[in-house]
Ligand binder design. Sequence first.
Ligand SMILES: Cc1cc2nc3c(=O)[nH]c(=O)nc-3n(C[C@H](O)[C@H](O)[C@H](O)COP(=O)(O)O)c2cc1C
Length: 339
Amino acid sequence: MRVDDPAAASAQGMASRSELCLIAVERTRMPMVVTDPRQADNPIILANKAFLELTGYAPAEVLGRNCRFLQGVETCREAVSEIRRAVAHALEAEVELLNYRKDGSTFLNQLHLSPICDDQGELLYFFASQKDVTELRRVEKLEEAERRLLMEVDHRTLNALSVVTGIVRLTRSGDARGYAEAVQRRVNALVRAHTLLAHHGWRAAPLDDLIRVEVELYGGLPVTLHGPPVEIAAPHVQPLALVLHELISNAVLHGALSSSIGRVSVDWDAAGEKVTLHWDEAGGPPPPRERPPGFGSTIMKGTLRRQLSGGFRRTWDPKGLHAELQFPAVGREGAAPTI
Ligand SMILES: Cc1cc2nc3c(=O)[nH]c(=O)nc-3n(C[C@H](O)[C@H](O)[C@H](O)COP(=O)(O)O)c2cc1C
């Protein structure tokens, strides 16, 4: 026997097909409503238990009302317009929008709407299911944030390894011990920059802090810093730390800071996303005729030009070394650098 034959069904004490449908709608855990578009303002004529549980309303508070009572100030107006269009043209639609419960709390509603027509295609009702996707979207966002974080960690690790590769390749020294020490010293500069970045949430580091970290390594040096606040993008912090480290250690070993009356002034200015830094030494010994071994010129030039897409110019005058560095501030993050 077919359950959509009501007479036969009731004679047998069985539910008709439409009664079964009503029971199924009532019992399903998916919130559902049916509205009647032939009545003024398309009111709800049926709302199941799950819908009442989701929204916190009693049956009498929802029956006879248009579903828009679930909307509030933060409901996206575009999403509402999309539903309005679907209703006006009796079309099926799926829209996600913020709705409000009776107690004022919100949930993200994945609304699925479909028209119910008779055999002649005449619109009779609208049927809709409301799925609370708040938690799902929250977890998706977290997963996306975690995925991005892992990609970022991978990217940063490659950056750091690439800088280390450059150090190993470009360090020059007359003997194995000197070579090992120079590599170690430069890698330590990267470690300090790494720690600084960690303190700043891995986003960017202030230029003055980056210089200070290198200067303070030698303790109480007569180095003055002057310039506007500038943030260095995370991928550029380690390469720049390496260059600053070379400048300061050269000044201490061979330049102005090797003399008791020597001093260094570091000034910078920023135009757009480009920073120009002037490194001026004074009061040191006369410049050497030949660059001492392990001076780090190749590293400084290579790092600035190839890793920071910047520039490096250096002149020696009787007062001491003058170096001009150009490099990007925040906003010009590039791919993993190579030198
Ligand atoms: C069957 C049906 C169910 C609906 N369910 C919801 C709902 O759960 N949440 C909501 O914000 N809007 C819902 N709507 C949309 C509103 O009732 C209304 O169509 C929408 O706000 C656009 O019309 P308006 O611009 O006149 O408000 C539903 C509409 C229909 C036809």
